[in-house]
Structure formats: structure tokens, C-alpha cells
Design a protein around this ligand. Structure first.
Ligand SMILES: N[C@@H](CCC(=O)N[C@@H](CS)C(=O)NCC(=O)O)C(=O)O
Length: 213
């Protein structure tokens, strides 16, 4: 779909208000004070790359800019940061130079992806009793337990910052598990403490999950 003149004036996030990877980019946009518009991808089963901003992986989010389209949440967040002025101090995945922090980022992103597979499988009517489905659920529970056990040391070990990709993705993961009813999150007390604290940011309260109509 060609961009409209309004879309060219400010970057366009191509995604959905119910998507956790999209919310990561919307929180970044708010934190970076970068104005954008949201183009909703209505059909996540579409096999047409153009519906995803041209992303051949058929995934959201993408960011459309006059320079071109950026695929995936990390690329989008980096571009939003480059567009910000002044640029906040952001801790990126490559800054996590100890196993605890680097593994935390890996597991948060993997848990988000596993959640996507579970939700997409359900939407496609795949059986819940398959061995692969059971393994994915077990992996998700394992990852959440690891994150719960390590949450406090992880947050304490993060370098000084205004924002970190790790915290934004962790917040979107924990809140999305509850929103999509994938896993009850009440038992995770350390993660809930973090969620409550992060939720006080305007960027979080301005971007609640909801199903686009
Ligand atoms: N690596 C990508 C993953 C994006 C992703 O999995 N997005 C989900 C929505 S939250 C999606 O496009 N799901 C559709 C599908 O898997 O077919 C990123 O970081 O943005």
C-alpha cells in the first residue's frame, strides 16, 4: 500500500494495538518523544508481505520512514532513538555484557516468540495436545520461572539508564501473558513488582493492549 502524504510527514508503525512486539515500539516512541501514526495490520494470517510493510517474514511491527522500512521491533526502536532529540540513555541488548543480563534478554525475547507461536497456533485451530504444543508451554513456564527467580538481581545489575530494551520487552511480555490469557502471572511476585513500577511511566499507560476494531 503506498504511503499517504500524512504518513510521509511522520513515521508509521505498522502493527497492532494487541501485539506485544508492537507495544515495545510504541513505548519507545513515547519515551523518545517521536510522533508517529499507527497503521493497523488487520489480518495476521495474510500471506502478503505488503500487508506487513513489505516484511518477507510476515511479521509485525515495521516502521515506515522516507528512508525506507525497518523490519522488527529492535530495528524500529533503534531508528526511533536516532530520531529523538535529546537522545535518552538507552541500554541496548549488546550492552548486556554478563551472562545474567544477556540471558535475561534472550529469554524475554524467546518467551515473547513462544507466546506468539502458541497464540497463532490457537488461532489456526492447531491441537493443544500435540507434543510440540506441550513442549512450547513447558518452555514458556520454564522461562517465566527463570525470569521470576532472577528478576531482582537482573534489574539491580542493569547499568545506569533512562530506558533499556530489556525492561521494555519484559514489561510487554508480562502484561501480554495476562492480556491474552496465555499464563496466569499472579504467582510471579518479583515480575509483578517490576510490572507495577514500570506501569507508572506515561509511555506504558498511553499504550494499553486492546484489540483494534
Ligand atoms: N522478531 C520480531 C518478532 C515479531 C513477531 O513475532 N510479531 C508477531 C506479533 S506480536 C507477529 O507478527 N505474529 C504473526 C505471525 O507470527 O504470523 C520482532 O522483534 O519484531
Amino acid at each position: 500500500m503506498p504511503a499517504t502524504s500524512e504518513e510521509l510527514a511522520r513515521p508509521v508503525i505498522i502493527g497492532r494495538s494487541s501485539s506485544h512486539f508492537t507495544r515495545v515500539t510504541r513505548i519507545f516512541a513515547a519515551e523518545m518523544r517521536v510522533d508517529y501514526s499507527l497503521r493497523v495490520v488487520r489480518d495476521l494470517m495474510s500471506p502478503t508481505a505488503e500487508d506487513y510493510g513489505g516484511n518477507p517474514a510476515l511479521k509485525i511491527p515495521s516502521l515506515q520512514t522516507p528512508q525506507g522500512v525497518w523490519f522488527g521491533s529492535l530495528n524500529v526502536c533503534r531508528e526511533l532513538w536516532r530520531r529523538s532529540s535529546p537522545r535518552p540513555r538507552v541500554v541496548w541488548p549488546e550492552d548486556l555484557d554478563q551472562p545474567l543480563l544477556a540471558n535475561a534478554q534472550e529469554l524475554v525475547l524467546q518467551a515473547m516468540s513462544t507466546e506468539v507461536s502458541l497464540i497463532m497456533g490457537k488461532a489456526a485451530g492447531t491441537s493443544d495436545s500435540s507434543t510440540h504444543h506441550t513442549k512450547m508451554r513447558q518452555a514458556l513456564v520454564n522461562m517465566m520461572s527463570w525470569l521470576e527467580e532472577n528478576a531482582r538481581p537482573i534489574l539491580a545489575a542493569l547499568p545506569p539508564r533512562d530506558l533499556s530494551y530489556l525492561e521494555v520487552t519484559l514489561f510487554c511480555l508480562v502484561t501480554h501473558l495476562e492480556f491474552r490469557d496465555v499464563l496466569p502471572t499472579a504467582p510471579y511476585s518479583a515480575l509483578n513488582e517490576f510490572r507495577q513500577q514500570f506501569a507508572t511511566r506515561a509511555s506504558a499507560s498511553e499504550t494499553p493492549f486492546r484489540f483494534d476494531t
